[in-house]
Design a binder for this molecule. Structure first.
Ligand SMILES: NC(=O)c1ccc[n+]([C@@H]2O[C@H](COP(=O)([O-])OP(=O)(O)OC[C@H]3O[C@@H](n4cnc5c(N)ncnc54)[C@H](OP(=O)(O)O)[C@@H]3O)[C@@H](O)[C@H]2O)c1
Length: 285
């Protein structure tokens, strides 16, 4: 069995990866207490001690709006922290899987982005994740997996926020001029395992199939959760007052992934239905 070190082991994707690989690999999920990305020596020591064949690097500073006012905190984790992981992976001969984002694109293409499209991030978070990609590409046999709009069983997600707002009786307003892809963390975890097992290297886009406007996704969440009575007000992104600019259209083209593993991920609606089968999730938990 492969030894696999998972950074961000307490995060949404990290936990889904642990579930996906349990029984198939020897796992070392690590969090900031044992493995602070900002500490090069700690990262190097952990990699030497655990001697993984694969490092799946999911840990990140993920507060996209917070990064605009605290760029240094975001850079320390996503840029320099990823450099520390890349150096440790190269030194220990481990394959590095780096999880990146659609926010490396500016959204001006108006069509799904392929892995070879030019990058141009609009916000601090996107710039630091792109810098992380460059560090990852310095490791022989690296894999960069760009994804978007994660929702999963743990942690903060758009699905959970919408359901919690509905349950609390709060008004729900969602942007209707931004088109994204969305990704069920369980599906992404399986996709990453399949890519690793296939020996894939280079850059891959992975998301559930189909683009969706955020307001329509909110509508679908409420409908699928049996809350069709709850209204969704639609508003332009410019009126949200959020600190970070986001690409207006950032659907990822996932054909390279489908060609490599034999099939695409299921549609986002199928993924949403599976996610909402759990009564605790439907109850906003
Ligand atoms: N969420 C999305 O919609 C989305 C979209 C595209 C790409 N991504 C990428 O997908 C990956 C996983 O995202 P996620 O939503 O699962 O993230 P998450 O739930 O926010 O988890 C992030 C993880 O990183 C850890 N972390 C933060 N700072 C750290 C540090 N200094 N040292 C070590 N660990 C640290 C956190 O630990 P604590 O919880 O203990 O602080 C947590 O385990 C990230 O690389 C993200 O950039 C996410």
């Amino acid at each position: 069995m492969d030894r696999i070190l998972i950074t961000g082991g307490s995060g949404m994707l990290g936990r889904a990866l642990v579930r996906e690989w349990t029984g198939r690999a020897i796992l070392f999920p690590v969090g900031p207490t044992q493995f602070d990305l900002r500490d090069a020596a700690a990262v190097g020591d952990a990699a030497r001690r655990l001697s993984p064949q694969v490092i799946v690097h999911t840990a990140a500073y993920t507060n996209v709006d917070g990064a605009e006012t605290d760029a240094e905190a975001c850079t320390a984790v996503n840029d320099r922290g990823t450099a520390h992981v890349a150096v440790a992976a190269a030194a220990s001969g481990a394959r590095l899987v780096y999880v990146s984002t659609d926010y490396v694109f500016d959204g001006s293409k108006g069509a799904p982005y392929t892995e070879d499209d030019a990058t141009h991030p609009l916000n601090v978070y996107g710039r630091t994740k792109l810098a992380g990609e460059a560090h990852a590409r310095g490791v022989p046999g690296h894999l960069v997996v760009r994804t978007q709009g994660l929702f999963g069983r743990e942690g903060k997600s758009f699905v959970r926020s919408i359901l919690q707002a509905a349950i609390a009786g709060r008004a729900i307003s969602v942007v209707d001029d931004v088109t994204t892809g969305v990704t069920y963390a369980d599906d992404l975890a399986k996709a990453i395992r399949l890519l690793v097992e296939s020996g894939a290297t280079g850059t891959y886009h992975v998301a559930n199939e189909g683009g969706v406007v955020w307001a329509d996704f909110a509508r679908a969440i409420l409908d699928e959760a049996g809350r069709g009575d709850v209204p969704v007000a639609r508003l332009p992104a410019a009126q949200t007052g959020r600190a970070a600019r986001r690409p207006p259209f950032s659907v990822l083209d996932t054909r390279r992934y489908a060609a490599t593993v034999g099939s695409p991920l299921p549609s986002w609606r199928d993924a949403l239905r599976r996610h909402l089968k759990d009564p605790a999730i439907r109850a906003g938990g």
